[in-house]
Design a protein around this ligand. Structure first.
Ligand code: HEC
Length: 529
């Protein structure tokens, strides 16, 4: 046989295998596979028969639904490391590697068969007869349920995520229609729709058109968990972008982790980046807590006086303030500063003179103020009365004109932080954004929200392009984790990583010039890691 002929045959075989894989990915699940999928995802049987799990070396019996496979191995079966345990990749492709698998912990085994998989699930043994760690529960379920589960597991990983088809990707967003953030959220939605229309006009992403499903919050003034569940379950969205999360982070953020739906660029001042990390959510700009950390880095590098740096946080309660307090405490500890003083006041009961006495006695040199501008002005006025002039930090979201009315003694002492600044905007970025606004008749209001939403859409589109044709949620998350100094043209450069979910982590610090009544930059970009 000549070698050219061989090559042709090989190529033909390869493309057949490839076509087979694609066809497989597109095929809808059979009734049996759907039953198996429910067991995998929920740990409960559609037949209603008991599924029990035995946990740990004492074999504690628990209902299967608290030990669903997907909880540890992930919806797509890829496995996710959590709290130091390392659940295996259980996609059929990974389990049946022809030469078997060598695990990092030294365990080795040949390729799985259906029977071997049953033994792993029911007896905790791998195909070599090794005992699996007790972190992997042992299950008891009916023969039928076990069959269904095993059949479904052969589709794990090739079972396409919702919202992706040959020529379409469905992306969702949701927004309140009324209240202080209603109009702003809708402006954000409109800019995302425009960005998608532009991409679609150029042929889409890998010939797939982007379809935006936008849902108006039933509660008018804020989104609820039920709204977002509806968007995910009924509208079958692949991912979400630009959604208004301000004030409802606690409700929505865990839902996205549970459903494993990526959300790129939510609008919020309170990114939830604590552990365990919510892998699904990628924030564009930093929130209040990150900006407070940036201020501390700034202060540590450039102390105002020879006195030791002592920080106070003054706030009027709420979840956002709690995030800032936590960040300030944590960062102070990291930078080996004295523990910050935290003073909470109830809205409408601000006793400025008492507050000043208390903070002055504590030798506070820097005050992070998260409250109303009237209260802040009265604080500074009382402080000036006793000739006490600490540095004052407010965030752009809290800042107002009244800052310029601070007593003259505070010259050079009042600062405001911003999550991004005009210096980040390139000529090209501005032009692109302006043209989009003209073409799609976007409102001339709420520009900051529009810029955030547009940047979110750009990041999402770029990530979809990087993934390519073979799109899954897991691949999207991984592509985003690979972003390094990506330029949106409108924000600081965007970097994500396996443990990093804020694209532009840090802030700019600007001084308030009380004489000229203007902002003066005092820092370049202060990044926090
Ligand atoms: C509480 C977390 C947890 C749950 C729930 C869980 N697993 Fe596991 N599983 C693990 C861990 C951890 C390992 C790795 C054990 C080891 O390396 O010894 C594992 C290993 C496995 C393996 C062995 C693969 C290999 O590497 O040889 C299979 C198969 C498996 N799990 C399937 C399932 C199925 C099916 C379910 C649901 C019926 C399930 N697991 C539920 C944590 C879990």
């Amino acid at each position: 046989m000549n070698s050219r002929f061989l090559t042709v045959i090989c190529l033909a075989l390869l493309s057949l295998a490839f076509a087979g894989r694609i066809a497989m990915a597109q095929q809808p699940l059979t009734a049996q596979e759907i039953r198996g999928k429910q067991i995998y995802l929920q740990g409960a049987s559609p037949s209603g028969k008991d599924i029990l799990a035995y946990v740990g070396d004492t074999s504690l019996e628990v209902p299967g639904n608290v030990m669903a496979c997907a909880n540890c191995h992930g919806i797509a079966g890829q496995g996710k490391v959590e709290g130091g345990i390392n659940p295996s990749n259980v996609t059929w492709e990974a389990l049946t590697k022809p030469y078997g698998v060598n695990h990092v912990n030294g365990r080795k085994h040949p390729a799985y068969t259906s029977r071997a998989l049953e033994l792993a699930i029911t007896r905790g043994l791998d195909p070599a007869g090794n005992k699996l760690l007790y972190a992997m529960p042992r299950y008891q379920m009916s023969k039928e349920d076990l069959d269904d589960l095993v059949v479904y597991m052969k589709r794990l990983g090739t079972d396409a995520d919702p919202g992706v088809s040959e020529n379409k990707i469905v992306i969702g967003t949701a927004f309140p229609t009324a209240g202080p953030i209603g109009e702003l959220s809708q402006a954000a939605r409109d800019v995302i729709a425009a960005a998608f229309a532009e991409v679609n006009a150029q042929g889409g992403v890998y010939s797939r058109q982007l379809e935006l499903k936008s849902l108006a919050a039933t509660g008018n003034t804020k989104l609820t968990r039920a709204d977002v569940e509806k968007l995910i379950d009924d509208e079958k969205v692949f991912a979400l972008t630009g959604m208004m999360l301000a004030g409802v982070e606690k409700e929505i953020v865990p839902l996205l982790a549970e459903k494993e739906v990526p959300l790129i660029g939510p609008l919020t001042l309170d990114p939830k980046v604590g552990s365990p990390l919510n892998r699904q959510i990628f924030y564009v700009l930093d929130g209040a807590a990150g900006q407070a950390r940036a201020v501390i880095s700034f202060l540590v590098k450039k102390p105002d006086s020879t006195k030791p740096l002592t920080i106070a946080v003054v706030h009027s309660g709420g979840e956002l303030a709690a995030s800032v307090v936590h960040a300030v405490k944590d960062q102070s500890q990291k930078d080996k500063l004295a523990a910050p003083q935290v003073v909470e006041y109830a809205a409408g009961t601000f006793a400025a003179a008492e507050m000043v006495t208390r903070l002055k006695q504590a030798n506070i040199t820097a005050v992070f103020f998260m409250g109303g501008s009237v209260e802040l002005l009265s604080l500074m006025t009382e402080a000036a009365n006793v000739s006490w002039f600490p540095q004052i930090f407010v965030q752009s979201g809290n800042a107002s004109q009244t800052l310029f009315d601070a007593p003259a003694g505070f010259e050079g002492k009042v600062f405001c932080t911003f999550p991004s600044a005009p210096v980040d905007q390139t000529e090209e970025g501005i032009k692109e954004f302006r043209l989009l606004g003209e073409k799609y008749k976007l409102p001339q209001k709420h520009l900051a929200a529009q810029v955030s939403a547009y940047s979110a859409a750009k990041i999402l589109i770029e990530a979809l392009k990087r993934v390519g044709k073979d799109l899954s949620r897991e691949r999207l998350v991984q592509a985003l984790e690979g972003f390094y100094n990506y330029q949106t043209g409108l924000t600081p450069p965007i970097t994500y990583g396996p443990n990093r979910r804020v694209g532009a982590a840090g802030a700019y610090i600007v001084m308030i010039d009380l004489k000229e009544k203007k902002f003066v930059p005092v820092s370049g970009w202060v990044s926090v890691n």
